[in-house]
Ligand binder design. Structure first.
Ligand code: HDE
Length: 695
């Protein structure tokens, strides 16, 4: 707990001069760094443009002004067409178990070595300035700077995708993005065009049900699983291929928020996930994931009750276990958002030798798209020379010129074959990337979709039936919420027809919540199978009971007991949580007359920021706060979001007694510190049906 606040900041008034615009600013001393133009010419005045007299017009001659404004005018590049909103961090990959039996890729065979990487998380639909917590899929893209070239695992936080063929991607994205005539809604799937498209595309049903689940509302970027989705191949030294799917498993477990929380967080802190990533890394609490692989042969794949080349299908972990072979630690926040997070360019086609693509038609389309999009986003085929994109191993080729060429090739020879310069790089059949020699069927060329891709309902059904009852209620409520925003009745009706194929109870719950009658079920193209349940797809069921990575909020005010505050602060921190003191102001005098600094004013720190809340206030302050709606919401929301609350007598008498808060086992007096700490490790989900009308 911070106690001493120094109001004397001597640095504040150093070297200050008043400009004739009235502004106060610092001027460099003789040895201090000097501001210069792009050409390195020192600037004498960065406050005033060059004018013909104090009230006269500005002069064209002013190269300092022109250069400054010119650069400013061009400081934006096009945002990503999808995944525009993102946050990233540097870190490392470390292999713990060699996959030498399956691949020659050094990154998957050399254990114990730390290889640098850069990971960017994103939402999909919203623009660059949109909120962090919409209901959305999250991008999970990792660039590993291996010794054999960059490896980009460009995945999501869900193991499947909406569509089976790259041909449909622009349609999907046009449907979910803001409707083009009106330009809204931003970062939301709850609108007619999205549901119109998906209700006409049964292949989307699996990803849509994941989107309606708690997986679409991550509590933190540190608490998301990552999936490479598509099947890839590992190729060993004998040229043998094994199929593989890549997984990232968060050490903090998978955790979500409720929808109501996500909505409130987005208002109170649109940067909630970015801030959490920044704060956790700065606190030395480094986000970490285990790296795992699902390995299977062609023969095993032939026995799966689905086609693994279809990206709308996951391979249940119960069928092919995820073998943990490494880890990723994120330990450095970018120094500059634009240079790194914005300019990083991921391409699924970036692979080191020993890893190869499968024939998944969605993956095949992506291999074109990402390289192509970088041209319009970063403006030049030389984007790979930007530091965040450049490999950290030596690279050399004969590609020349173009916008922003940063290299200066010192050679006469930029072609092959050549006999003039023996030092120039040449192809190497031995070390170079080799594609798997796949024997292809003599198929007929045509615009076709494999019949083995036709089962669109069995896995969504498996997903729904594998959830805990609480999660099923969240999923049904999410469908009801989203379809409730759809104005076109036949679209809502068509979706109910699909839900009937997923689960009758689900369809009934959604129809009831919408006040609609159920239509006929949609006609399935393939028989719907009853697959074994897969608990690995849950969210609540996978949330560990821990305070690690969680945040406790302690409300204090004038005269609050220092010893009580310290008791809770210590207990929470000992259990691995972070703690934030919340108060009516930014400074508070406690019962022992010391002054402390709060992390936030209560008006700016609603309880949705915390996993458990504690209130330690004196009666006079409690009476005052009882008239403040943000304080009342603080307690009400904590209760409605099934969180633990520890209260003092004054809070009980003046605040809780006025609110519809029932004293269940998660609402405890200050004396029960241990009970509070235990409760804050989880949520009291049985409270939820009492406070919310779930579908
Ligand atoms: Fe992407 N996707 N995508 N996507 N995607 C892009 O590339 C695209 C797909 C994913 O943090 C774009 O650099 C097509 C699946 C992530 O910078 C673009 C298809 C998966 C990111 C693009 C897909 C993803 C992107 C936009 C269907 C999960 C953000 C900007 C064939 C496995 C990467 C950019 C970052 C970004 C195209 C499908 C994940 C336009 C055509 C499936 C995480 O190239």
């Amino acid at each position: 707990m911070k106690t001493d606040i120094d109001h004397n900041d001597p640095a504040k008034n150093m070297n200050m001069t008043a400009g004739n615009g009235g502004e106060t600013h610092q001027r460099a001393g003789d040895d201090a760094p000097v501001l210069t133009t792009q050409q390195g010419v020192a600037i004498s005045d960065n406050q005033n443009s060059l004018k013909a007299g104090p009230r006269g017009p500005s002069l064209l001659e002013d190269f300092v002004l022109r250069e400054k404004i010119n650069h400013f005018d061009h400081e934006r590049i096009p945002e990503r067409i999808v995944h525009a909103r993102g946050s990233a961090a540097h870190g490392y990959f470390e292999l713990t178990e060699s996959l030498a039996e399956y691949t020659t890729a050094k990154i998957l065979t050399e254990t114990g070595k730390q290889t640098p990487l850069f990971t960017r998380f994103s939402t999909v639909a919203g623009n660059k300035g949109s909120k962090d917590t919409p209901r959305d899929v999250r991008g999970f893209a990792v660039k590993i700077y291996t010794d054999e070239g960059n490896w980009d695992i460009v995945g999501n936080n869900m193991p499947i995708f909406f569509i089976q063929d790259a041909m449909k991607f622009p349609d999907l994205v046009h449907a979910v993005k803001p409707e083009p005539d009106r330009g809204f809604p931003q970062a939301a799937s709850a609108h007619d065009t999205f549901w119109d498209f998906v209700s006409l595309s049964p292949e989307t049903m699996h990803n849509v049900i994941w989107l309606m689940s708690d997986r679409a509302l991550p509590r933190s970027l540190r608490m998301m699983e990552g999936f490479g989705i598509h099947s890839y191949r590992l190729i060993n030294k004998d040229g043998k291929s094994t199929f593989v799917r890549f997984h990232w498993k968060p050490v903090l477990g998978v955790q979500g928020t409720t929808w109501d929380e996500a909505v409130k967080i987005s208002g109170a802190d649109p940067d909630y996930h970015r801030r959490d990533l920044f704060e956790s890394i700065n606190a030395g609490d480094f986000p970490e994931w285990e790296f795992g692989v699902q390995l299977f042969t062609e023969e095993e794949a032939d026995k799966f009750p689905f086609d693994h080349l279809d990206a709308t299908k996951l391979i249940p972990e119960e069928l092919v276990p995820v073998k943990i072979v490494g880890k990723m630690v994120l330990n450095r926040y970018p120094d500059n958002f634009f240079a790194e997070t914005e300019q990083v360019a991921f391409c699924p086609s970036h692979l080191p030798p020993g890893i190869d693509f499968s024939n998944d038609p969605l993956l095949q389309g992506r291999l074109f798209s990402y390289l192509d999009t970088q041209l319009s986003r970063l403006g030049s085929p030389n984007f790979a020379q930007i530091p965040i994109n450049a490999p950290k191993c030596p690279f050399a080729n004969n590609q020349q010129d173009g916008h922003m060429q940063m290299q200066v090739p010192k050679t006469r020879v930029l072609y092959e074959p050549q006999s003039l310069d023996p030092t120039r790089p040449r192809e190497s059949a031995k070390r170079g990337f080799g594609s798997f020699h796949e024997q292809l069927d003599d198929g007929v060329k045509g615009r076709v979709r494999a019949e083995s891709f036709a089962d669109h309902y069995s896995q969504p059904r498996m997903f729904y039936l594998s959830q805990t009852p609480e999660e099923q209620a969240h999923i049904a409520s999410a469908y009801a919420f989203e379809l409730g925003k759809v104005d076109t009745a036949h679209v809502r009706m068509r979706m109910l027809g699909h839900l009937l194929n997923i689960d009758k109870d689900l369809a009934n719950r959604v129809a009831d919540a919408l006040g609609m009658d159920l239509p006929e079920a949609a006609e399935p193209r393939a028989p719907i199978q009853d697959l074994p349940e897969s608990p690995a797809v849950q969210t609540i069921g996978l949330s560990p009971e821990t305070l690690k990575g969680r945040m406790i909020g302690i409300l204090v005010a004038k005269g609050s007991s220092r010893s009580e505050i310290e008791k809770f602060e210590k207990a929470a921190k000992d259990a691995g949580a972070s703690v934030k003191i919340v108060a009516p102001g930014r400074e508070v005098i406690l019962d022992d007359d010391t002054r402390i600094e709060s992390a936030e004013r209560i008006a700016g720190a609603p309880s949705v920021f915390f996993d458990g809340v504690v209130s330690i206030i004196m009666p006079d302050q409690a009476k005052k706060l009882a008239k403040d709606s943000s304080t009342l919401d603080w307690f009400n929301d904590a209760f409605n979001h099934c969180k633990a609350i520890a209260y003092c007598p004054a809070t009980e008498e003046h605040i809780l007694s006025k609110l519809p808060i029932e004293k269940d086992e998660f609402v405890t007096p200050l004396s029960e510190v241990d009970a509070f700490i235990d409760n804050a490790k989880t949520r009291l989900w049985s409270r939820e049906p009492k406070v919310r009308d779930l579908a």
